[in-house]
Design a protein around this ligand. Sequence first.
Ligand SMILES: [Zn+2]
Length: 246
Amino acid sequence: MVRLRGLSPWLLELLAYPLASVMESRISLNSVDTVSLDQARRQDLTYYFTGIACKNGHVSQRVTKSRSCVKCSAEKYKANKDSIDAKNNLWVKRNRKKSNEIKKRWGKANTVHVKKLAKDWFKANRTRVVAKQAEWRRDPNNRDIQRENVRRKRRNNPGLYLFLQNKRRASKLNATPVWADTDAIKRIYHDCPKGMTVDHIVPLQGKFVCGLNIPENLQYLSPSENSIKGNSFDVIFTSSDGLPVA
Ligand SMILES: [Zn+2]
């Protein structure tokens, strides 16, 4: 159950509204389970349920603190949405810290609901989010942050990175044809200028095409260029011969 303390009653009613839809399902399931006001106060519950209709005829849960009917609050909110939203936003603006604490507490008490909301939202906005992330990654201003993120990830997941490293090594072996000039490859690695990395032009583990570990497929890149490139490789299929063109 959610616990909210030290809030004005009207705000509590507002907060009760988003919960109303969640609560409705509980009401239909637990309509026989009554929780008295006293019981709710003693157990610090946000809602109580007597089974007795409110003055507007709702058999609904009530907010323990304000004793207001959840359905009435929802109706009141629907009827005055704009002015209530404006009032609420103003309060949030003036009480940012407190508001964040409330959100945090509510989120912790409703993890299942929050996860579902986030999942649904992502599903509905997937293309937009993915495009935005790609745009952010391409921005040179974000390179330092990206580099730091990679470092932190590596620090926090040493096992995962060891696995990736080994996988890469293995695929490198598979990607090295018998006819490859291994001495030339070794030379390229050996002659790599200070501060640069050896990059496979066509990635060894690309999504659509896998490159070979041959001298012709190697180039020097700065670490930041390399980390941004990752395993991505722009492939354009020409219509005439159907071969990928970099
Ligand atoms: Zn009511």
